[in-house]
Design a binder for this molecule. Structure first.
Ligand SMILES: [Fe+2]
Length: 236
C-alpha cells in the first residue's frame, strides 16, 4: 500500500492519497481545490490511476476538488449517501466496502455529529488499522457541532461508541490539524483528548462544546454551495 498525507495550508486540511501496489489504483480522501495541481502532479509522477475522489462530508472551510478530478482524470466521485448529492457517482451507506485494487478494502462508516451526514473511512491493511476520521475526531480535539445540523450528543456517541471501541493501536488520520500534528492513535485520544477522553461524560462534553465560542468559518457561504455541487461552480 502506498500512503501519502498531503497538506493544504489555507484551511489546514489533510488530503490522503492511498494506492495499491499491484494495479497502481488510487483514491484521494478529502481533496482540496487549491491543491488540485499538486495532487495531479503527484498522481502523474507516481504513475497512478485515480479511481475515486472521496469526501468525508460537505466541507464548510474549503472547496472539494472531487468534480475537477473527475473531469480531468475520469475518476468517480464518492461520499456519504445521506448527503443526497446528484453529482456523486457513489453514495455510501453505513458499512459499505470499497476496494482499492484487489488487496485494500476500505469500509465507509456513518459517523454523525460534526454534521448530520458525516462519514469516516477505515482501512485494515496487514496488521494495521487506519481511521480517516474527517472532522469528527481531530488530534486532541474534535470537530465543531454548531452548524450544518451538527449535534454534540451525536458526536459523543460517534466518538465514544464507534471510534473509542476500535483497537487502541488504530491510527487516526483527521481531515485537519492546526498544529502540524500528523496522526494520533485511539489509545492516545482516549487518554488525552482535551474535549472527549475516557473521563469525560456526555454532560461534560456538551457543556465544553457549547462553550467553544468559535468564529463562523470564513468560507462557509462559498464552500457549502460549491461542495453540494461536488466543487463545480454554480451556474446562474
Ligand atoms: Fe467540516
Amino acid at each position: 500500500m502506498l500512503f501519502k498525507q498531503l497538506f493544504e495550508n489555507e484551511s489546514s486540511t489533510y488530503t490522503y492519497l492511498i494506492s495499491c501496489q499491484e494495479k497502481q489504483e488510487a483514491i484521494l480522501i478529502d481533496p482540496v481545490l487549491e491543491t488540485l495541481d499538486r495532487d495531479l502532479s503527484i498522481i502523474k509522477r507516481l504513475n497512478l490511476k485515480l479511481m475515486y475522489a472521496i469526501d468525508t462530508h460537505i466541507h464548510a472551510d474549503h472547496i472539494t476538488s472531487a468534480s475537477a478530478l473527475r473531469e480531468i482524470l475520469g475518476c468517480k466521485v464518492a461520499g456519504p449517501g445521506n448527503d443526497k448529492l446528484g453529482c456523486r457517482d457513489i453514495n455510501f451507506k453505513d458499512s459499505d466496502n470499497m476496494f482499492i485494487g484487489n488487496s485494500i478494502k476500505m469500509e465507509a462508516i456513518y459517523t454523525p455529529g460534526h454534521t448530520d451526514t458525516h462519514f469516516s473511512y477505515v482501512i485494515n491493511y496487514k496488521s494495521e488499522k487506519f481511521l480517516f476520521s474527517g472532522d469528527a475526531l481531530l488530534i486532541n480535539t474534535c470537530g465543531r457541532t454548531d452548524f450544518q445540523s451538527g449535534s454534540s450528543k451525536e458526536l459523543y456517541n460517534t466518538i465514544k461508541n464507534i471510534f473509542y471501541k476500535m483497537p487502541d493501536a488504530t491510527k487516526v488520520f483527521p481531515a485537519h490539524d492546526y498544529n502540524k500534528n500528523n496522526f494520533t492513535t485511539i489509545f492516545e485520544q482516549k487518554r488525552s483528548n482535551l474535549l472527549i477522553n475516557d473521563s469525560i461524560n456526555i454532560e461534560n462534553f456538551i457543556y465544553k462544546m457549547n462553550d467553544l465560542n468559535l468564529d463562523k468559518p470564513k468560507k462557509i457561504d462559498i464552500a457549502v454551495p460549491r461542495n453540494i455541487n461536488c466543487g463545480t461552480p454554480i451556474q446562474d
